[in-house]
Design a protein around this ligand. Structure first.
Ligand SMILES: *Cc1c(COP(=O)(O)O)cnc(C)c1O
Length: 399
């Protein structure tokens, strides 16, 4: 089949929930991807903030192969060694106390919301508490995660959603405070909003929410599915703020290509929320996924990946700032670490398409923002190459 024939086949067989770019990817190596025609692309998406150390990483691939030949799946009625090790490593990386492995980011948030509701209901003996979430947030596409996603467009076709949610303005502490009632169970937010436009929480905002939660007995749920795992220059973004969540959710780069997520709780939440029988998953925490998590966390340590992000980020920031200064169509430059965005005064689709034609893979965050979430191993040369393709694409499209 030619690439065009494959795409035509896909459009007949797959449910059309995505407007996909018209290429079929075949394999990757380092920070480069190749389509089925052999065309090479510099990748500044990393499978949406997933492939932290790039593609075809030998040590990682080998670890998975070894696990495949041992056992792929056990169910959660039994212990398995990779899950035991992965949970311990993840506790060390996050500073949290207890781990529940899931298969995705959305599922991690589902579990976090259930834990928060259970915590509140054990405390006051009633059900159906309220959650405060943020405008422009993104927490996933399942019903519960969608309930707390502050994007009307994603929610509007789906009627009444399961959680009782109020939306506050991100980085506006008073707006959060004004929504607290005696029915509020938790506040959920992304430490750095991803999909909603690369917005970091202001330090005083996040610290203010922590204080508010402590005063009112609410749980703070931080969704670090996208901004966690080193992307902002610390292992988890909250670690830069001197606050700690009661529940943390994680996925994307946690498995670096194998679908796995997790939610983590403090011991206080663990002892006073979900109990045996309250929550479960068939695949979550299976040996293959957890072998990936173990190897990923090991490689982060061994390769000082977070430190690399810290070192490379100022250069990336400076180069994007220069791009902005040269193109009047760019109205804002946002983000932190290797999670940055350029806001345009127009839809960015044609720029992304042009860049792709010229061998650079980018994605958007909303219609007007180009989002940069490259593999964490990128070098100054990779950044220069990216900009050498991006700028002519901007000029060609915007004039
Ligand atoms: C991607 C994302 C999710 C959803 O993760 P899935 O694995 O797609 O379910 C949730 N929260 C944030 C912040 C995300 O970026």
């Amino acid at each position: 089949m030619t690439m065009e024939e494959m795409i035509a086949q896909a459009e007949t067989d797959l449910l059309h929930t995505y407007n996909r770019y018209q290429i079929v990817l075949d394999h990757g190596d380092g920070v480069y991807l190749y389509d089925v025609n052999g065309k090479k692309y510099l990748d500044f998406v990393a499978g949406i903030a997933v492939f932290a150390f790039g593609y075809n990483k030998k040590e990682y691939n080998d670890a998975l192969k070894v696990q495949i030949d041992k056992i792929l799946h056990t169910s959660n009625y039994f212990y398995n060694e990779p899950a035991i090790r992965a949970a311990h490593l993840l506790k060390q990386a996050t500073g949290m106390d207890r781990v529940f492995f899931t298969n995705s980011g959305a599922e991690s948030n589902e579990g976090a919301l259930k834990a928060a509701e259970k915590y509140a209901s054990l405390k006051d003996g009633t059900n159906g508490h309220e959650i405060i979430a943020m405008e422009n947030s993104f927490h996933g596409r399942t019903y519960g995660a969608l309930s707390v996603t502050g994007n009307a467009h994603y929610r509007e076709s789906f009627g009444t959603l399961p959680c009782d949610v109020k939306f506050a303005k991100f980085n506006d502490l008073d707006s959060v405070k004004s929504l607290v009632t005696d029915r509020t169970a938790a506040v959920i937010l992304e430490t750095v909003q991803g999909e909603g436009g690369l917005n970091p929480a202001a330090p005083e905002f996040l610290r203010g929410i922590r204080k508010l939660c402590d005063e009112k007995g609410l749980l703070l749920i931080l969704d670090e599915v996208q901004c966690g795992m080193g992307r902002t220059g610390s292992m988890f973004a909250f670690q830069r703020y001197g606050v700690k969540p009661d529940i943390l959710t994680c996925a994307k780069a946690l498995g670096c290509g194998v679908p796995v997520g997790a939610f983590l709780t403090t011991e206080e939440v663990a002892q006073n929320s979900l109990r045996a029988g309250d929550h479960g998953t068939t695949y979550g925490g299976n040996p293959l996924a957890c072998a990936a998590v173990c190897k990923v966390l090991e490689l982060y340590e061994k390769e000082h990946l977070v430190n690399h992000v810290k070192e490379i980020s100022p250069y990336f920031t400076r180069r994007l700032e220069e791009v902005k200064s040269r193109h009047s169509q760019i109205t804002e430059h946002r983000g932190v670490g290797l999670m940055q965005g350029l806001v345009f005064d127009r839809p960015v689709g044609p720029i992304i398409q042009k860049a792709m034609d010229c061998g650079l893979i980018l994605i958007n965050a909303g219609p007007n923002i180009i989002r940069f979430v490259p593999p964490l191993v990128i070098t100054e040369e990779n950044i220069d190459e990216m900009i050498s393709i991006l700028e002519p694409a901007i000029t060609e499209v915007c004039g």
